[in-house]
Write a protein that binds this ligand. Structure first.
Ligand code: DC
Length: 231
C-alpha cells in the first residue's frame, strides 16, 4: 500500500548562545532529511559586510541606510551549510571576535531585521513548497519569523555550561571572559526593541545543562516525529 509522503515540517529552534542550537539543529535536519538554516550566520554576514565597508555601527541610521545592499545567500544542506556575501564565501570571517562583538548592534536595527526576516521567510517557504521541510535556528524564529511553525523548541542552559561549551569551541579561550561576553551579548539580544530573543508561548523548553548533545538531538527528533504523526 502506498503511504502518503510526510508533510513538509517547519521547525523553529531558538535560544541564547552556547545552548547547542547549531549542533542540534544541523543533526536533527540531517537525521530527518530536512533543510537547515542558521539565521545567526545571516546577521553575522550583514555585520561582516558593514565592517568591511566602513559603516559607522554606532549610528543606527547609517546601518539602516545600507541594510539592503549586501546579497546574502545561505546554502541549506545540513551536512555542508554555506554562506556568501556578494558571491564571497564568508563562513570563516563571520566567526571572528570582531564580528561577534558587533553583531548585536547591527541586528538590533529594525531595517536590518526586516530585510533578514524577509530572506528567512522566503527560504522557509521554498523548503515547504519543495515538500522538504526545514529546521530554522535563531533567536526570534518562533516568535516573529515563523509564528506558524509546526514545532517550536526553546533551548536553555546555565550560564556556566554555555560559557564552558563556547570556550571549548573557541579552543582554549578563557571561560570567565567568554561567560562575560556571552552574558553581555544575550542581554543586548534580549533587551532590544525589535523581536528580541524570547521563548514563544507555544514553544517546548528543553534545558540542556545536564544533557549530552546526543540526548538533546534525540529529544528534538522525538518531538518532530510526534508532530509529524499528529499532522
Ligand atoms: O547564533 P549566533 O551566535 O551566530 O548569532 C549571532 C547574533 O545574531 C546574535 O548575537 C543575535 C543575532 N541574531 C538575531 O538577532 N536573530 C536571530 N534570529 C539570530 C541571530
Amino acid at each position: 500500500m502506498e503511504t502518503a509522503a510526510p508533510a513538509a515540517v517547519i521547525v523553529a529552534i531558538d535560544g541564547p548562545s552556547g545552548t547547542g542550537k547549531s549542533s542540534t539543529s544541523k543533526a536533527v535536519a540531517a537525521q530527518l532529511g530536512l533543510s537547515y538554516l542558521d539565521t545567526g550566520a545571516q546577521y553575522r554576514a550583514i555585520t561582516w559586510w558593514m565592517v568591511n565597508n566602513g559603516i559607522d555601527l554606532t549610528d543606527p541610521s547609517a546601518v539602516a541606510a545600507v541594510a539592503g545592499k549586501a546579497e546574502i545567500i545561505s546554502g541549506t544542506d545540513p551536512a555542508a551549510p554555506t554562506i556568501t556575501v556578494d558571491g564571497t564565501d564568508v563562513a570563516g570571517p563571520i566567526r571572528t571576535s570582531e564580528v561577534t562583538s558587533k553583531v548585536s548592534a547591527v541586528s538590533a536595527v529594525p531595517e536590518v531585521r526586516a530585510r533578514i526576516t524577509e530572506l528567512q521567510r522566503s527560504i522557509a517557504a521554498s523548503a515547504a513548497t519543495a515538500g522538504k521541510g526545514i529546521v530554522v535556528e535563531g533567536r526570534d524564529i518562533g516568535t516573529t519569523v515563523l509564528p506558524d511553525a509546526d514545532l517550536k523548541v526553546f533551548l536553555t542552559a546555565s550560564p556556566e555550561a554555555r560559557a564552558a561549551r563556547r570556550s571549548g569551541e573557541l579552543k582554549g579561550a578563557d571561560v570567565k571572559a567568554t561567560q562575560e561576553a556571552l552574558i553581555k551579548r544575550d542581554a543586548a539580544d534580549s533587551s532590544r526593541k525589535t523581536s528580541p530573543l524570547a521563548k514563544a508561548g507555544d514553544a517546548v523548553e528543553v534545558d540542556t545543562t545536564d544533557l549530552t548533545l546526543q540526548q538533546v538531538i534525540e529529544c528534538v527528533v522525538t518531538l518532530v516525529e510526534e508532530k509529524r504523526i499528529s499532522q
